[in-house]
Design a protein around this ligand. Structure first.
Ligand code: FES
Length: 169
């Protein structure tokens, strides 16, 4: 008569392992189901969370208007590879990503210079030398509902004079 092995009927006299193959596979299946249910639950909760509360990944804050306007001139934002330019109560944001192959440009006395292949740009960001095919573009700056100044990298502006934003303090 064959002996069937399961967790309820383990022959203690034999030197069987503490857990049978069947039990192990059953546990593995339960674990996989629990993991899948957890992921589906997280996705469902994310779906129920209001979208209006989320900031798109292309948008980032540069701070309160009074703090931003307190710094006159050009400041490099390392995290978002963007130059924040403040002048006379207005602010604009310009990319620091070289239009050749994407290196980060440096601000120099004559404008910008790329350390990778030597592209140069003038003070407004127009390409003046090297392999860079296009100027450095500007991003839309606006004031969010919280009052913070926001930069939207998905809304590009080609004309430097159109890129200025005047916040209300
Ligand atoms: S990446 Fe800037 S010149 Fe090539």
């Amino acid at each position: 008569m064959p002996r069937y092995r399961n967790t309820m009927n383990v022959d203690k006299a034999s030197n069987d392992p503490a857990i049978s193959r069947r039990s192990f596979l059953a546990l593995l299946g339960v674990g996989a189901c629990a993991g899948a249910a957890h992921m589906m639950g997280a996705a469902a909760l994310g779906y129920l969370y209001p979208n209006a509360m989320k900031t798109p990944p292309s948008v980032f804050s540069i701070g309160r208007p009074q703090d931003v306007l307190a710094t006159e001139g050009k400041v490099f934002n390392q995290k978002y590879k963007t130059f924040i330019d403040v002048s006379g109560g207005k602010v604009r944001a310009q990319t620091a990503v070289c239009t050749h192959l994407g290196c980060t440009v440096n601000a120099v006395e004559t404008g910008y210079s790329c350390p990778c292949h030597g592209s140069t740009y003038d003070l407004l960001g127009f390409n003046t030398g090297g392999p860079a095919p296009r100027p450095l573009i500007y991003f839309t700056v606006y004031q969010g509902a919280s009052g913070d100044l926001l930069v939207d990298k998905s809304r590009e502006i080609q004309d430097p004079s159109q890129a200025w934003f005047t916040p209300t303090v």
